[in-house]
Design a protein around this ligand. Structure first.
Ligand SMILES: [Fe+2]
Length: 428
């Protein structure tokens, strides 16, 4: 609750500050050409925008806290996008204007001393400094606006396949070459009946002819009703050996106030059944042994286990019962923090598959370099990690949460091929 209040106060301060700074910038216009911002009418309309957003935010946020249906989440996410589509460009306009202004001042300081001034004389058509700075601001503002537009219209459904090869000396012969497809974080309520787009993801997965499909949690945002209608899409997933899933932090209904403990439990039970209805074998703190020609591997799944404020329902000891003698073990655990806390160097799980981070649905990728603000929030935020004999793969998520946007962090289908051999990896 304290965190929510902090976020709201931050939102209000940011909104008012940006509008105030821009207002001041416009009024600093020495030519006074922008008359419609003159007090009181222009000012009134100008500040009606932040007032609208602040009131809407507080209202919608209160509704999300007590919502009994997933529709409120959908309204909330579109509200956030429209807010950012207005306020990020404002922020970038202000920064572009101010930074360029400062740079011109520094340049002029040097230019007035000597050669530079001469060099610049007559080279460009002369426009007022104010006009030039406004144009820089508009170009800067267009960057977040176009990025958001792309992220909504295309980015959120531009599925990306990520291939990894891993080899293990202890992988039984019959499983040499096994292909695992991992998906994570569907957040069906956010997808808001975009069945056709997800059919495309299912087709891309089936094209890989996977042996195993692993879904690493967050089927919904909060409510089991979000799963209704999706069986016609996900039951089409094909895997030779099996399709397994686990619960994520969003699958417990913890993000809403319930009229009773019974109502919350009923919601959770229905979400568990939905995993099965959609074709997944839900591993809720349990394991399953997979056998081919007498060779065996184990796949275990734990309930969500995360650091505060995320719940720690996962019970790795319980999940690992009865598989002590199996030579190769795979673990599904939604939150990658669990791998650091309880798995690596403490267990013999060869490979753990996680999700949860979404790569914060935003990043910049250039060749082998990838940056995302997620790296400052999550210790393991995307891709492959290895310590000692334990490997972890963090999937960037297939759905989205908070905003229907993905920019530079496409929805991911992970394909991992396991081979028998000296321990190592080969990102393809
Ligand atoms: Fe998630």
């Amino acid at each position: 609750m304290r965190y929510s209040l902090g976020a709201f106060i931050g939102f209000v301060i940011f909104t008012i500050l940006i509008d105030y700074l821009l207002h001041r910038l416009i009024h600093s216009d020495e030519t006074k050409r922008i008359k419609h911002f003159s007090f009181p009418n222009g000012t009134f309309w100008y500040y009606s925008v932040p007032t609208f957003f602040i009131f809407s935010f507080s209202g919608l946020y209160a509704m999300v806290q007590t919502a009994s249906s997933s529709n409120v989440y959908v309204y909330f996410q579109w509200f956030l996008v429209s807010y950012l589509a207005i306020y990020l460009p404002k922020l970038f306009y202000y920064l572009g204007y101010k930074i360029t202004h400062r740079a011109i001042r520094v340049k002029n300081k040097f230019a007035s001393d000597g050669k530079l001034k001469k060099m610049n004389e007559g080279r460009y058509p002369s426009i007022s400094r104010k006009k030039f700075l406004s144009q820089v601001g508009i170009v800067m503002a267009s960057v977040p606006f176009i990025s958001l537009l792309f992220g909504v219209l295309k980015g959120r459904f531009s599925f990306s396949k990520q291939y990894t090869k891993l080899s293990f000396p202890n992988l039984p012969d019959a499983f040499d070459g096994i292909k695992i497809v991992q998906i994570s974080d569907l957040h069906l309520g956010s997808l808001n009946s975009n069945y056709e787009e997800m059919e495309e993801a299912v087709r891309l997965i089936n094209d890989e002819h996977p042996d195993l499909i692993c879904f690493t949690g967050d089927l919904v945002n909060n409510f089991y009703e979000e799963t209704i209608g999706w069986e016609k899409v996900f039951t089409k997933l094909n895997a030779r050996i099996g399709k397994f899933s686990i619960l994520g932090n969003h699958d417990y209904g913890d993000y809403s106030k319930w009229p009773s403990a019974h109502a919350k439990q009923h919601n959770l039970n229905n979400i568990k059944s939905a995993h099965n209805r959609l074709g997944f074998n839900l591993l809720n703190n349990k394991s399953q042994t997979l056998e081919i020609n007498g060779d065996k591997i184990a796949i275990s799944g734990v309930e969500n286990w995360g650091h505060h404020p995320f719940p720690q329902y996962g019970d790795l000891k319980k999940a690992s019962r009865g598989i002590e003698e199996i030579p190769f073990k795979l673990l599904l655990s939604h939150d990658p923090d669990h791998w650091d806390a309880e798995v690596k160097e403490k267990t013999d799980y060869d490979l753990t598959l996680s999700g949860h981070t979404h790569g914060m649905q935003f990043g910049i990728t250039f060749k082998n370099f990838q940056w995302s603000p997620a790296k400052y929030k999550f210790r393991r935020w995307a891709g492959l990690y290895n310590e000692g004999k334990n490997f972890l793969y963090v999937n960037r998520g297939l759905g989205y949460l908070g905003m229907p946007v993905r920019v530079g962090m496409p929805p991911e289908i992970t394909i991992i091929e396991l081979t028998k051999g000296p321990m190592g990896n080969d990102m393809m």
